[in-house]
Design a protein around this ligand. Structure first.
Ligand code: G3H
Ligand code: 13P
Ligand code: ZN
Length: 332
């Protein structure tokens, strides 16, 4: 039986995005697949009074189980209530690739879905996105579309080059599809290896010129940045120190993300940073405590570290800290 996100106490991103445009900050979208990640995200966002988008990929949904996931989201809402905090929570499908997957998520309590037709031709992307928007909007669910292809997992076979979003296409795409937000490609990419740079070289700048052109063409329209992990050297180094081998892992510098958050970018997607924190702490704990075999003893410290990272990012990078209660009140 279909369940609406409203019954779970979730909200869409509408008011979040409106406030983020007015206030020059971005809403964090953190990916999760398991209980510890969810606890870290919720606790980190309560700690920093930040609105949050809980983001689930199709792989994560399979991993966690679609039914369990619905109750995890419900549990997150109840956990916030019980804490006395007031932060808005959206549940979002990350990189939906078919109408059927988007429909299934909408019917099981998601308040927001992404239909990623960025690999298709412009016309096919519009056609698929329209179909999802029609189904979603009838149920008050919001839709994120994508134009332009990020380098990395979204690219064909070998991922080397991004195909930046063409500003000339954005107005037609948004008006024909009716999407509520648009993911664009301006130089970010998924994963922990975003740039190939030699020692001493600077990370290249994101294409803020493309972002500005898009902002001019779509004034006040919510823009989304995927592939926005910073790949913090602290955790890459810790992983390598404790037996890992992540060579040449580089992310998006936090000052560039801060600049993006002040613009029309309303949603910033972060997955890899959380994975790196968890892996670094688990590696350290297991190396230092070779006799330990209680998962709580190594997952607990990883969870705590991730909570801290999330609270700090909300404050220093996204600028969403301190906005949670105000957004809940504005939605009432
Ligand atoms: O953009 C992709 C996200 O990082 C999710 O990755 O498909 O491995 O869950 P995943
Ligand atoms: P990162 O790999 O940079 O964390 O990007 C995550 C993302 O875009 C999820 O959709
Ligand atoms: Zn993504």
């Amino acid at each position: 039986m279909a369940v609406s996100y409203k019954e779970l106490g979730l909200v869409t991103t509408k008011v979040m995005f409106q406030k983020s445009i007015e206030g020059g900050f971005a809403i964090p979208a953190y990916n999760f697949n398991n209980m510890e990640q969810l606890q870290s995200i919720i606790r980190g966002c309560i700690e920093s009074d930040s609105p949050v988008i809980l983001q689930v990929s199709s792989g994560a949904r399979k991993y966690a189980d679609p039914i369990l996931l619905r109750y995890m989201a419900l549990g997150a809402v109840e956990m916030v209530k019980a804490s006395g905090a007031r932060i808005p929570i959206a549940l979002h499908l990350d990189h939906g690739d078919t109408f059927e997957l988007c429909k299934s998520c909408i019917d099981s309590g998601f308040s927001s879905v992404m239909i990623d037709g960025s690999h298709l031709s412009f016309e096919e992307n519009i056609e698929l996105t329209c179909k999802v928007v029609e189904y979603a909007h009838q149920r008050d669910v919001v839709v994120e579309g994508e134009l332009g292809v990020l380098a990395g997992i979204e690219d064909d076979v070998v991922a080397e080059k991004s195909h930046y979003t063409q500003p000339a296409e954005v107005e037609e795409f948004v008006s024909k599809t009716g999407v509520d937000s648009l993911a664009i490609s301006i130089g970010t990419s998924h994963g922990a290896y975003k740039f190939k740079i030699k020692e001493g070289e600077q990370v290249p700048s994101l294409r803020f010129d493309i972002l500005e052109e898009i902002e001019k063409r779509l004034p006040g329209f919510p823009i989304v940045l995927h592939g926005a992990s910073s790949v913090l050297p602290l955790y890459v180094d810790m992983i390598n120190q404790y037996g890992g081998r992540l060579e040449g892992a580089v992310g998006i510098p936090e000052d560039q993300l801060r600049r993006a958050a002040k613009s029309a970018v309303c949603k910033i997607n972060i997955d890899s940073d959380g994975r790196l924190v968890a892996t670094a702490v688990v590696r350290k704990m297991l190396t230092e405590n070779p006799k330990e075999f209680d998962p709580r003893k190594y997952l607990g410290p990883a969870r705590e570290e991730l909570q801290g990272m999330i609270a700090r990012k909300n404050k220093d990078v996204l600028g969403s800290a301190g906005q949670g209660k105000a957004i809940v009140e504005a939605s009432e």
